[in-house]
Design a protein around this ligand. Structure first.
Ligand code: ADP
Ligand code: MG
Length: 166
């Protein structure tokens, strides 16, 4: 038995509904300017998690797979932050290109969720929440996911991660 680093959490998610619930829980602790990076193969559940997150934040528009656009802005319905949902798959060089997208939104006032962003969007912030979603080994029904959350930077405390595992 080894002690996990304080700023990580491992969560087993048993259904798409539970993945949405995890997203809603995550939304409660997110703040404007937060960067969340989602890693996982196609069909892992990155967009499903983001949909729950959008519900939790209370934003306009359906959160869908942004495959045919690089980024979609979901304005807040109330006083909270906008959700900027990025599919970085076809984002070649990273940030310059993202700035070129000319999103009609202030990124420091938004929550930014990036799928396929590894190696591309880290420059956006030293404070990041990395979420890795893996299919569970031997789950023939393909319904179980192992979610590993890792907070980088002073923004993400042990208490934040504990709140997500609860
Ligand atoms: P990604 O964005 O990672 O490609 P999606 O969220 O678009 O993945 O799709 C995930 C698919 O897997 C959906 O069809 C969803 O219903 C299904 N699924 C099954 N079990 C789960 C689970 N535990 N969490 C998330 N999605 C799941
Ligand atoms: Mg997706």
């Amino acid at each position: 038995h080894h002690q996990a680093p304080a700023n990580t959490a491992a969560i087993t998610v048993n259904s798409p509904e539970q993945m949405g619930e995890l997203g809603r829980r995550l939304a409660k602790i997110l703040r404007p300017g937060d960067l969340v990076m989602l890693t996982g193969e196609l069909g892992a559940g990155k967009t499903t998690l983001t949909r729950g997150l959008g519900e939790g934040l209370g934003v306009r528009g359906a959160v869908t797979s942004p495959t045919f656009v690089i980024a979609r802005v979901h304005p807040p319905l109330g006083a909270g932050p906008a959700l900027v949902h990025v599919d970085a798959y076809r984002l070649g060089g990273g940030l310059d290109e993202m700035e070129d997208l000319d999103l009609d939104v202030s990124l420091p006032d938004s929550v930014i969720v990036v799928e396929w962003g590894d190696g591309k969007v880290e420059e956006l912030s030293d404070d990041r929440l990395h979420v890795v979603i893996d299919r569970a080994v031997g789950d023939t029904a393909d319904e179980v996911r192992e979610v590993t959350l890792r907070g980088l930077g002073a923004r993400w405390t042990e208490a934040d991660l504990a709140a997500l595992s609860a």
